[in-house]
Design a protein around this ligand. Sequence first.
Ligand SMILES: Nc1ncnc2c1ncn2[C@@H]1O[C@H](COP(=O)(O)OP(=O)(O)O)[C@@H](O)[C@H]1O
Ligand SMILES: [Mg+2]
Length: 259
Amino acid sequence: MVAPTRPELVLSARDVVKSFGSTRVLDGVSLDVRRGEAVVIIGPSGSGKTTFLRCVNHLEPIDGGHIHVNGHPVGYREGANGPVERTPRAIAKSRRSIGFVFQKFNLFPHLTALDNVSAAPIRVLGVPKQQARDEARALLDRVGLASKEAAYPGALSGGQQQRVAIARALAMKPALMLFDEPTSALDPEMVGEVIAVMKELAADGMTMLVVSHEMGFARSAADRMVMFDEGAIVEQGTPAELIDSPSTQRTRSFLSRLA
Ligand SMILES: Nc1ncnc2c1ncn2[C@@H]1O[C@H](COP(=O)(O)OP(=O)(O)O)[C@@H](O)[C@H]1O
Ligand SMILES: [Mg+2]
């Protein structure tokens, strides 16, 4: 397991293989994301997009290849006979540098928006309570929810909940933000407010890996697009290349079904 020598690589995934039982879901995925880059992944349902993000965060152990985030292997350490899975405690620690925004928000229902955002910095990072709350307020303001700090998730719309979830991930000051179809569970009228926040993040230089079929977002915010099919990357390029002149039939037919 050779550590990537290029410090600009926040994510370096090499030949990642993942099976569930006898089904090979990731079949040798290699993908780099440089600091400040926003990369959008597209591809049909079941092609392994979520599994790949979960492997990056070591929510799933991998069966082959390796993944480095900020130069460190995720979930494993070098053993005499190859990679050895780290302890849950060490895994949790390496996961701190990676923010994950889920399709279904996953906020803590019994905590206010402010407490959702400040909880992990206080409990996990040991940030003093007042400082964590001040930072959480600034983050809620950044996602346009300054007035909702006392609201519980149940009182917020889906779009508002997803913006709280983004603020919560940012509160850990991650080096890499993963988004798994963050707008696909939203009513159409709420997609724009979440996309607007994500566009701002990308413009501010956040390193992002985003599974999304919002082509407007991809076109305006992505530095690169990647097409997944059957557990492999079949094509990648700039958004214009992929969207306007895809080089594979699989990408062409997938995009035509999106429209
Ligand atoms: N925990 C699991 N156990 C068994 N099969 C799984 C599991 N998670 C995902 N899969 C399978 O892996 C394949 C890829 O799934 P997924 O990564 O969710 O695809 P996508 O996000 O591109 O829709 C699918 O065939 C799915 O059924
Ligand atoms: Mg998925």
